[in-house]
Design a protein around this ligand. Structure first.
Ligand SMILES: Nc1ncnc2c1ncn2[C@@H]1O[C@H](COP(=O)(O)OP(=O)(O)OP(=O)(O)O)[C@@H](O)[C@H]1O
Length: 451
């Protein structure tokens, strides 16, 4: 320090400076070029309920995905390389005005990001805000109310021994929820075993489940084999794809669930077990019952507690946190540092995700591998950029006039079925309302026209 300066100025060491910063009422974070926290002052405890040591070294994506703050200022600041400000909410309910300033190196790359955040409103307690503490979620992302309610319900159910049936489309998280129920149950220190009923042939499934005695069948291990049910004693057995097991096995399974006992293949003696069963399926069990493919009594045994996981398109609030969750996961796995653009996030949020979270996970993995530093809209498969167009099947024997008539009819019927209003049909198909009304009368005679 220049000795000729003001005589009252004292020399401040880095340590003193750090402790002085803890007196600040504003929160201060410093992130490195990998978006990892390298400095934070003591205000973090007030805003997030986390100590400095809980935050140092963590990635901004990781914290955003765990809902410590929403939305996140960081992706944009690293991409745009210019100062930004926004209002963020924290997990404790604090509302912050956050400003982030990037510090660039000689190659114009972001070296550090310094953020300061000032509280706008008083914060509430975690419970009041209905935020779920990270530790309780066991890696499950739960942002939408639909999934938060499901998890709260699962937590209550976990404390009982009741059989649970989890239904939902493929990839909605039935497997991860089953494991979660086990992890928050009193059986958490005992085994959790999964049996994929669709993947194992019937004969094998029986011996896998119940085990067999020595010499039970040709090719069997000479000393016999302990079955999964016995191995899972006092724990949880997850019967995945339960809709795919044969009627014969359904009868045997029903007995185990009812009586908590079974006889190994080739054996005489009953074995007692204490098991919690969780079953899952993406098939419509009631339809299978109607078709005689699933036993009604087993259905009621399994369905003591019924949880239905909604498809991802019905809980769009989960899409962005899940994207960051997977981005984080695959960036670590492939030792990359990929970012995602806002446009890309919007396109992914608007997509219908027929394969749900599994499809999203697979796509993010692929994008992390193949895209440049910033994952952008042009990296997405074509389906994400195109609006879905209805395809019309034409009868090949039609004349030109006949084909035109058929296309007209189909367009009018589809539009009217969707909107139920001649005004909206007119808007969508760019015709006058009177033309729309006339065509609806002509082609949708059985349906009532709303003006
Ligand atoms: N809420 C969530 N948070 C984080 N990851 C999730 C969540 N839900 C699902 N996943 C992940 O998505 C993938 C698919 O989930 P899971 O296998 O549990 O689905 P599923 O419904 O059992 O699928 P299927 O019917 O095809 O067996 C898994 O990798 C899982 O970890």
């Amino acid at each position: 320090m220049d000795q000729t300066n003001n005589a009252n100025e004292i020399e401040i060491t880095a340590e003193t400076l750090k402790s002085l910063l803890d007196y600040s009422s504003d929160e201060i974070f410093i992130f490195n070029n990998k978006r990892q926290i390298i400095y934070v002052n003591g205000v973090c405890e007030r805003n997030y309920g986390l100590k400095k040591e809980d935050l140092l070294g963590r990635y901004s994506n990781d914290l955003f995905e765990k809902e410590y703050w929403t939305p996140s200022i960081y992706p944009e600041v690293y991409i745009k390389k210019e100062p930004l400000s926004m209002i963020q909410k924290t997990n404790t309910g604090a509302e912050l005005l956050t400003s982030a300033i990037p510090v660039l190196n000689d190659d114009n790359e972001v070296e550090l990001v310094i953020t300061t955040a000032r509280e706008l409103k008083n914060y509430k307690t975690i419970n009041e805000n209905n935020a779920m503490p990270e530790k309780e979620l066991h890696g499950m992302i739960a942002h939408s109310n639909k999934i938060k309610n499901t998890i709260t319900f699962a937590q209550k159910v976990a404390k009982t021994n009741s059989t649970v049936l989890i239904q939902g489309e493929s990839g909605t998280g039935k497997g991860i929820l089953a494991r979660y129920i086990h992890q928050v149950s009193n059986r958490k220190d005992k085994p959790f075993l999964t049996i994929n009923c669709a993947a194992i042939p019937e004969k094998l499934l029986e011996s896998e489940l119940f085990g067999y005695t020595k010499g039970a069948f040709t090719g069997a291990a000479p000393s016999g084999k302990t079955g999964l049910l016995e191995a899972a004693n006092n724990g949880t057995v997850f019967l995945d794809e339960i809709g795919d097991i044969s009627l014969v096995l359904q009868a045997k399974l029903l007995q185990v669930i009812q009586d908590k006992e079974f006889i190994p293949v080739g054996g005489q003696e009953k074995k007692k077990v204490n098991i919690r069963f969780i079953a899952a399926t993406n098939r419509d069990l009631e339809k299978l019952i109607e078709n005689g493919e699933f036993r009604e009594d087993l259905y009621y045994r399994l369905n003591v507690i019924d949880i239905t996981l909604p498809p991802l398109r019905e809980r769009k609030e989960d899409i962005t946190p899940l994207i960051y969750h997977f981005l984080n996961k695959f960036n670590k796995e492939y030792e990359t540092n990929k970012l995602i653009s806002q446009k890309c996030l919007t396109a992914l949020t608007n997509y219908a995700w027929p394969g749900n979270i599994r499809q999203l996970e697979n796509l993010i993995e692929k994008l992390v591998i193949v895209s440049d530093t910033i994952i952008d809209i042009h990296d997405l498969p074509e389906t994400f950029n195109k609006k879905k167009k209805a395809s019309i099947q034409l009868d090949s024997s039609l004349t030109l006039d006949g084909a035109v008539e058929q296309v007209k009819q189909q367009l009018i019927r589809d539009s009217f079925q969707k909107h139920k209003s001649s005004r909206k049909v007119a808007e969508e198909l760019q015709v006058s309302q009177s033309t729309a009304t006339r065509l609806i009368r002509k082609y949708c005679g059985e349906l009532e026209v709303e003006q």
